[in-house]
Design a protein around this ligand. Structure first.
Ligand code: C5P
Length: 244
């Protein structure tokens, strides 16, 4: 575990809301609490880059543009170049299509934009792999590891993976290669009709070696989102202390 990252900076809040008005409410509430805001497809498609400006105006937290780019290398390359003009810290690309796409990450490294490869979505479970066309008893953890290794070799800053896979990824790809973990569910929070499959607690994710965790609904839908975020940060902090 990298001890230089504070507990606050390890918490990314997923701004999964439909519009700027909803986003601004959470940014004002959590702008001094969390280390990073993640803006995904729902909000970015509706509001465009203006929403990034709004986050910067209301918070010093960094921005994670979670667009999960999935296209031919030339298009991903151009999209990443466009993203460098927005002053965001992280962006995601899908890690399923091999080196030629993942290598575009290395080309924007100097801009400060950190490209993360999505290994396998945390909503996918092992029992779904056969139906998705993966045969020959390929295990989900092996698929995640193969994609993480390819992302690391290609020059990505890190991967998005579940808390269950993070230790093995760190083992193979090294401590500096970032592992960012969504699908995080605090023991005290309940998410209605949850679509996440490979879930872990904040404590479990950090103990396994996650650099940062992504939390959406357990904070967004809490009665008091700032209190929920504070509880998660406290859990991260105490886990870091116990790990020494
Ligand atoms: O509400 P919840 O905590 O499940 O939000 C998780 C966030 O992380 C969502 O914005 C989702 O798009 C994102 N994510 C994920 N699994 C991945 C990559 C991103 O859940 N593999």
């Amino acid at each position: 575990m990298n001890p230089s990252i504070s507990a606050k900076d390890r918490l990314i809040f997923a701004l999964d809301v439909p519009d700027r008005e909803g986003a601004e409410k959470y940014v004002r509430l959590l702008g001094d609490v969390v280390g990073c805001f993640k803006i995904g497809l729902e909000l970015f498609i509706k509001e465009g880059p203006d929403v990034l400006k709004m986050v910067k105006e209301n918070s010093s937290a960094s921005i994670f543009l979670d667009l999960k780019l999935h296209d031919i290398p030339a298009t991903v390359r151009s999209a990443l170049r466009s993203a460098t003009t927005h002053g965001v810290r992280f962006i995601t690309i899908h890690g399923s299509d091999g080196e030629s796409i993942l290598q575009t990450a290395a080309e924007v490294k100097d801009s400060g934009l950190e490209v993360l490869a999505v290994t396998v979505l945390t909503s996918i479970s092992e029992s779904q792999l056969g139906a998705l066309g993966y045969k020959d008893n390929l295990s989900l953890s092996q698929l995640v590891l193969d994609r993480a290794r390819c992302a690391e070799k290609s020059g990505c800053a890190g991967v998005i993976c579940s808390g269950e896979e993070v230790a093995a990824i760190k083992n193979i790809c090294g401590a500096k290669f970032k592992a960012i973990v969504p699908g995080v569910r605090p023991a005290w929070g309940e998410v209605k009709a949850d679509d996440q499959s490979r879930i872990v607690t904040p404590k479990g994710a950090i103990a396994n070696g996650a650099d940062l965790i992504v939390v959406g609904r357990p904070i967004r839908d809490a009665k008091e989102p700032a209190v929920a975020a504070g509880k998660i940060i406290a859990e991260i902090e105490s886990t870091m202390t116990n790990l020494g």
